[in-house]
Design a protein. Sequence first.
Lengths: 371, 350
Amino acid sequence: MTSSRLSFAIPIVCACSMAAIFSPGARSQNQTQNQTKAKGNNLIRPLADLEKDLKGKLERIRVHGKSLEDNLEGDAADRDVFVYLPPSYQSEPNRRYPVVYTLHGYGLHAEQWVGFANFASLEKDVTAGTAKEMILVSPDAFSLHNGSFYSNSRTTGDWETFLAVELTGYIDSHYRTLANRESRGLVGHSMGGYGTFRLGMKHPEVFSSLYSMSACCMLDTGEVTPAMTQLEAIKTKEDAGKLPFGQKSPLARAAAWSADPNNPPLFFDLPVKDGKPQPVIAAKWMANSLMVMLEQYAPNLKKMKAIQMNVGLQDALLETNRDMDQALTRAGVAHHFETFEGDHNGQVGLNFETKVLPYFSNQLAFKDAKK
Amino acid sequence: MTHFTRLAFALAACAGFVAAQTSGPALGTYSRIKIHGKSLEGNLSKEPVDRDVSVYLPPSYQTQSNRRYPVVYLLHGYTNSDIGWFGPESRGSFVNGNTMTVAADRAFTSGGTKEFILVMPNAYTIYQGSMFSNSVTTGDWEGFIAKDVVEYMDSHYRTIPERASRGLAGHSMGGYGTVRIAAKYPQVFSSIYVLSACCLTANLSPNPQGSAKAEALKSPEDAKGAERGLATLLAEAAAWSPNPQNPPFYFDLPAKDGKLQPAVVAKWVANAPLAMIDQYATSLKTLRIGIDVGDKDNLATSNRELNRVLNSYGIQTIFEVYDGDHTNHIVDRMEKNVLPFFAKNLVSPN
């Protein structure tokens, strides 16, 4: 495989390899990657194609993240952000809109996510009467190791504050938004589903409705596998850069969840050292798992107007999502859980069009409550 | 001051009178009030939601009726209560008339320490301590301290209702609570002081025997008077692994029938500051932080580690390991270190 082909295949391989990594029992990684590559290329609609028929406007802007400044692994603090403005945004200059913030999965850039979720389907929905015009925002969270996990880490930056405070603040001050929690939704897929729950737990004052699509990272115990032990050999950014894509995710998680400012040049600790498990580090990974954060943040999730989660019946993350559904029920957090025929990636576009956008059209406030 | 005059003074204060001092400098006013905990409503342990709270108003509060004061919120340790610090049920270093009230009077009348209000809610529960955590079973103690108690104080007393003028400190379980509440509510407090904090280290392999003893209990009432080890386990389970579908205790234990329960162990782990503070480094960096621990306290190692981790994030701390054990110098540390720390760091107009 040439390097150019590899990089072209990255987003598709990655979004899927996540599921492979989280399910040791899944088919061998190469097999999974090859199959999804072929399928996956059709799943991500190229931006040029997407924009062709668009009546609204898709803007690519850059937003500075003060909370991301000086992150130790050197990720950019100026982030690409895609903003979709519906058709009436131009023709009705006094109208204000709800905003849905959308979080992409591991290994993707925002640009690919816009085509993966297919933002253009909002216009199809509006024509069909199943959704209303709103603003869609997609921040880029690609990092040195291919994904920030939307966490709060000295090594990758404080993504929670960047998204919940700085990005929402920027969008509210630069676009005609309905700048209140009742009109703000949050949705994400896989790593983005994780980010959706995580941000919802920590910032109920910002968002009122959540939609988690096939979320990852429900309970990550930092288990020491042979693959994990092999990662001990990775000492530099260059080493990390040479790793096959499917093996990088533990590095991204270590950067997000077990930062160590005293351990250059990668500035993190792995849950294994010299072949031995490191309980202190494993504990940090556990502490970032949604299933265990839930107990502490249940009161915040209870403030949500609505929480929806889904997962495919053929997704390796099915069981962990079922566990989360039950844990939410046990904790008394009102929510809806839905399964669908499909795997981790195949139904993202369809679900975004037929489930996610109609959901936010129902849940968000489309009128300014103050008026 | 003799025990008798202190008592008379306290009675007068409780009755709403300004205590008239016949000689010596004016002293502070102690009272025990009730604060409703909205955040504690519906807790499954049926803990009272109207909590006793000790309030100490500094000497000039009664004479300078327009003056506003910073507030330091205090969190007591496990098995203790607010009246273990302020009396009359004094414990540990606070015995023999050396209550928190007396220590505060000394600090504020010696001239060196700027005055502020002290507040300590009673966090004694059916299992002898709330752990100051956030649980549907024990209640949301983080919210109770950082929102309910703070809002009550700001609306009923002449406080300076701002972050820059609010401090948080605690001992042992209260030191643990101080770390976690400050991490989650950095917008409420600007300075914290952690004394001999417990529960810092994650335990990935707790002894299943402990759970066996707890499993033998039939109802929460049986837990009354439980020995400390068992009671601690119950308090931690209620705080860290609540389960609304598991009556009558409404919590899960880290082991069941002698086998560890990894999902429950993980929840306990997630409540250990040394496992979770990495996520809160940005919050903690906005605070002024003091930490101390006795050199004969078996928690010295974990408190050193807490300090090391904070420093590794560039978070400045004042850290001291002093000659002492877990409890024998707390009232002295409060008077000579903690109160001066807040006097220096909290913003006060006077």
